[in-house]
Write a new protein. Structure first.
Length: 681
């Protein structure tokens, strides 16, 4: 199949029968190590072979830039120019696997009609073979990879001895590498230049056996030559001060390497003296990908890009931009000494001809090696005077649409070789996926908080003779929204107070909380007694068909007679602080949680409220935490309540909340409602 279409590498994947996983069965043309990150991939993975299986149709990637835009995870690991086609291996009844083949960089951006026909025929042959083996119950599994063996044509024509003599007579170094990078032949000049005997070099990897070649950049040149099938080169310093030029010529059986001395090192070399390489290796990719998955909100993502991506590619500053109502909006930035420069982006029309707007609307990256380069293309660009000397504008494309632009700024003029552009474009794809997720989280977060604020009372209107204060703190995990609620309902001359906790920490819990609070107000307004209100709310939850439960404490205040009638549904008991400072936990009669039993009955308890006494209603988030006994927590809370209860009620509320949440992460939200009976004097 590869020979028919002129491809230089490929692989067949088999679909596991028990799980949606593709496993590489055979690799051809290149060492399996080149595809190591994808030897076993899920069908949902964002790579071509998996997409071909999901969509049951061929996938074509015409080059390195297209790979970086559509499949950034592949392009970050293999930032080289090559074309790829992936096909599903499927019958009418089942998908058996997939196959991909790749072409060198010289392949055109589109498949020819002949190549398309031959690929389809080759895929059908593979499918028939796999289907026949499956029907005959023959096991299908991994086979020996088809890596080419050395071509002996030259040796056969000249004779092996004469071929070796010819190579030995050449005045420059010659080294032969197989497809795995191992040295198969080295002439005397090369051994002298490398500083090692030929016997110690044969069969080894040069970046392992030659210490000063132990740099990922040099191994990357070997990989680039094999995958792109284009000659590549690099310059390396052999200690103490000898510069050597390495020119790599790839073929189907390996590489020939020509080594020569460099007398004068020009300014533009692949490895400037003292310059750090910016190769993003597989391990670095895993680190970056893992870091980006940790970003929850957009601010987190900006900080992670600054901490992880910036140092990896050598940039000094960054800006994340998004589109909003036809204008650019700054999502975040790091590294700019003058923030006024960054704010020039904010509100800039997308129709204005600037690199930021162009990258965002077109989805095409832009690289500017110097201020002169930038000003030549954008002579009136307002961002030019930002103190930096080179820029990369990376479109952030997720789910097939631009979601923003990442601008990387460099302190010095910076050339962007093709491989580095591919890496940066691929990183842009990874950042885009994280940005889409974090922007969605931020939108949900704003919606949740808006809903929470709308459902909780904005102010309390206690009746004459009662002073009130309340506090609410969301959980510090998840959406930072929950179902805790409180309210004070004026029913002159009395008043009703309620506090409760709906199960869960999400928008559903908050919405149900709002329905309960509305129901409490409605049933209180029609004059139902506390036990009847609780029973009505219980039936309301059951009628709503929700699977969530709620705890609740409801009381009817009668300040004129100094008493309160309470009903409880699975809620923590309130604390009562008497005027003399003594605090006790009220042992109230109660019923089950709301939403469980439609026939549940909720008995009531009458409590005396002497002038100066304070009633503390709270949710379990105030007293419950992992590893802490709730009885001990109540004792500590009661001691603080006794000590601070004489102060202004707002200060008392702050003290209780600080004590209940101090020094720990809040896994649950917290609500507190304090009611003080005023002295009639």
């Amino acid at each position: 199949m590869m020979e028919d279409v002129g491809a230089h590498s490929g692989a067949v994947y088999l679909l596991r029968p028990d799980v949606p996983v593709l496993e590489m069965a055979v690799m051809a043309g290149l060492p399996r190590a080149f595809a190591a990150p994808w030897e076993r991939v899920g069908v949902s993975a964002p790579i071509p072979v998996a997409q071909a299986v999901r969509q049951r149709r061929p996938v074509w990637v015409g080059g390195g830039e297209e790979m970086a835009r559509r499949f950034p995870r592949v392009a970050v690991v293999l930032p080289y120019p090559f074309a790829l086609a992936a096909l599903p291996l499927a019958t009418d009844d089942a998908v058996l696997g997939s196959v991909f083949v790749t072409w060198p960089a010289g392949h055109g951006p589109e498949l020819t009609e002949r190549e398309r026909t031959l690929l389809t025929a080759g895929g059908e042959r593979l499918t028939r073979l796999l289907a026949r083996a499956s029907a005959e119950h023959r096991p299908l599994g991994a086979e020996r990879d088809l890596v080419a063996t050395p071509d002996a044509a030259v040796a056969d024509e000249l004779g092996p001895l004469e071929a070796a003599r010819m190579v030995a007579r050449l005045p420059y170094g010659l080294v032969s590498l197989d497809l795995h990078g191992r040295i198969g032949h080295v002439n005397a000049a090369a051994a002298e230049l490398l500083g090692r005997p030929a016997t110690e070099l044969l069969g080894t990897l040069p970046w392992v056996s030659v210490p000063w070649l132990n740099d990922p950049l040099y191994e990357d040149r070997y990989r680039a030559a094999l995958i792109s099938r284009m000659p590549t080169s690099f310059v390396a310093l052999r200690p103490p001060g000898h510069w050597l030029s390495f020119r790599l010529y790839p073929g189907s059986t390996g590489l020939s390497v020509r080594i020569t001395r460099v007398r004068v090192l020009t300014e533009r070399t692949d490895v400037p003296a003292g310059a750090p390489h910016r190769l993003v290796t597989i391990s670095r990719l895993l680190s970056l990908t893992g870091a980006l998955t940790e970003a929850v909100a957009v601010d987190d993502l900006v900080q992670l890009v600054a901490d992880e991506v910036g140092p990896a590619v050598g940039s000094r500053a960054l800006v994340l931009l998004a589109a909003e109502e036809g204008r650019m909006r700054v999502l975040g930035h790091r590294g700019f000494p003058d923030e006024r420069v960054v704010h020039r982006f904010d509100g800039m029309p997308l129709t204005e001809r600037t690199p930021g707007a162009q990258a965002l609307t077109s989805g095409v990256p832009a690289f500017f090696e110097s201020v002169e380069h930038m000003e030549r293309l954008y002579p009136v660009r307002r961002e030019t005077r930002d103190g930096f000397a080179a820029w990369a504008y990376l479109p952030l494309v997720a789910s097939g649409r631009p979601v923003g632009t990442c601008v990387l700024a460099y302190a010095e003029p910076h050339s962007f070789p093709a491989e580095e552009r591919a890496v940066l474009t691929s990183l842009g794809g990874l950042i885009a996926q994280a940005l889409e997720r974090t922007m969605l989280y931020d939108a949900k977060h704003r919606l949740a908080h808006g809903l929470q604020e709308a459902l909780l009372p904005h102010s309390l209107c206690p009746p004459p003779g009662i002073e009130a204060a309340a506090r609410y703190l969301p959980a510090t995990r998840g959406m930072e929204i929950g179902g805790d609620f409180y309210d004070l309902v004026p029913t002159r001359p009395q008043a009703s107070a309620v506090i409760g906790d709906v199960q869960g920490h999400n928008v559903t819990a908050a919405a149900l909380m709002g329905q309960i609070r509305t129901g409490v107000r409605a049933y209180s307004a029609v004059g139902q007694a506390p036990g009847e209100v609780m029973g009505s709310i219980n039936r309301l939850l059951i009628d709503l068909g929700t699977e969530l439960f709620a705890s609740c404490l409801y009381l009817r205040l009668d300040p004129a007679h100094g008493r309160a009638v309470m009903a409880r549904a699975g809620h923590p008991p309130p604390l009562l602080r008497r005027p003399d400072g003594r605090v006790r936990v009220l042992d109230l009669a109660g019923g089950p949680l709301l939403g469980i039993d439609s026939e549940a009955v909720y008995p009531t308890t009458e409590v005396t409220l002497a002038p100066g006494s304070v009633l503390a209603l709270y949710t379990d988030g105030l007293v419950e935490s992992p590893g802490v006994d709730i009885e001990d927590a109540l004792v500590d809370l009661g001691a603080l309540f006794s000590e601070a209860g004489d102060g202004p009620l707002e200060d008392v509320a702050d003290a209780l909340v600080r004590h209940g949440t101090a020094g720990r992460e809040r896994v649950d939200d917290v609500a507190v409602l304090l009611l003080r009976a005023r002295d009639g004097r």
